[in-house]
Design a protein around this ligand. Sequence first.
Ligand SMILES: [Zn+2]
Length: 235
Amino acid sequence: MDDAGFLSKYKSELTPPVTPEEPAKTPVAKPGTTLYLTFDDGPSATTSELLDILDKYDVKATFFMIGPNMNRYPSQVKRIVEMGSGLGLHGMTHRKEKFYASASAALAEMNGDNAILTKITGKGTTLIRPPYGSKPYFTKTFRDKVLGQGYHLWDWNVDSDDWKYKEDSATIYTTVMNQVHKLQHSRTNPVILMHDQKATLKVLPRLLESLKKEGYTFEIITKDVEPLNFWRDKR
Ligand SMILES: [Zn+2]
């Protein structure tokens, strides 16, 4: 038998055994490369424009919504769900003296908010963000009561201050990017606080372009993401 014949006859034996491929693993994102955009206080008269921008840039965000606003703009809430955005609760009154009157009052606001979300979309959420953030008022008494019911507490680590700067897009842009860059040193995933308001629409495209260029993957917050809040309460 010549070499060629030998090769063809014993081809299978001569081929090195194939190492079985490693089972496909879900890619684990490098720490600090996932970014969570969050919008509070909606829905609003301009939510559809906001969603158009997110759509255009193919990014997702999480919405912490107020009950009466959902009742006012139910079609926007439905679109938020259809787009696969994240859903969160921001209470009913957005008034310090009412929401923080007692732990029961806070729980009742979140439950009421959740009931409206469920009525409109058929599904609720366990993600909450108390009005004005959880510090200093959302103390352990409040957290035991509300998180004890299965809710997860979310604040932020990047504050756009968009409610304050309104149309001053340049300042909002710098405010956000400076904080994002600081987080890069500690490889921390940014959780950016913005508001579902008209003025924010102006700065959003520029922000999204820059953040995408920096390589962030935009994800929504779900109950499976470890909560980020000012109390470091991981419940
Ligand atoms: Zn708010």
